[in-house]
Design a protein around this ligand. Sequence first.
Ligand SMILES: [Zn+2]
Ligand SMILES: [Zn+2]
Length: 283
Amino acid sequence: MKLIIGGVRGTNTVAQPDFVKYGGETTSLLIESQAGGRILIDAGTGIRSLGARLAEDPGSRSVLLLITHYHLDHIVGLPSLGLLYDKEWRIKIAAQKHQEFDVESIMRRIMDKPFWPLQVSDLAASIQFESLPAAANGSPLRWDGLEIRWCPLHHPGGCTAYRIDEPATGASLVFATDVEWAESSEEEQSLLRALCVQPKPADLLLMDAQYEASEYEKFRGWGHSTWEEGLALATSLGIPRLRLIHHDPQKNDEALDRLNAEITTQAPFASLARSSEELNLSS
Ligand SMILES: [Zn+2]
Ligand SMILES: [Zn+2]
């Protein structure tokens, strides 16, 4: 199983030259299974380049897109996913309902007048929507050799963490963006811990680390964690690789380099995620 990181930035896109090392695109990931399965998670602006990669991929013309929640930084890239305009593609878009909103109503809303020139009914690709139940209840969703499990996260309006397993190789990852660990209830914390270790400890955790512990109090209630919390969680669960993600758009490459040096000195298995980074996972 391979992970390709399309976007790492939280809150909003940044495009200045001093943000290019870590990347300015907002959240989007691509997971490729050995058997040819393709899963995208989130449709931040990073999805545009991941879509272009898929279009050049000679494999199957189908992809599953999972959405963590409907904050703009996680869906704003959706209309720029080139595959939507290609009749060869079958795209399943799946997410939990957050409050009264389901994934189909959200997509119809952002691709509607006056926000976008084309509507969902104009798209050439074959698109299917799926509302995921509140929990996977032990039986994962399956997609082309990959298994998907999830749990709720503490975040304003709600958010979903996803776990992807590749049974053929034993590889696994957990993506927990947009979570405020310090404000999470014991039950919320134990659900994420369980997702990280069941059916076995994940090979990789990607975790929201928008803030540092020293600045967190200014942003309490905004829905995000610190890198120190991510490090403590991964260490306590024995997760062997950690990528911290959802970088603060106020922090340029110089600021993130300083943080990354501090993190990797403390924990060589951890680092700040970068756009275009590719990780091969196998157990
Ligand atoms: Zn976000
Ligand atoms: Zn959010």
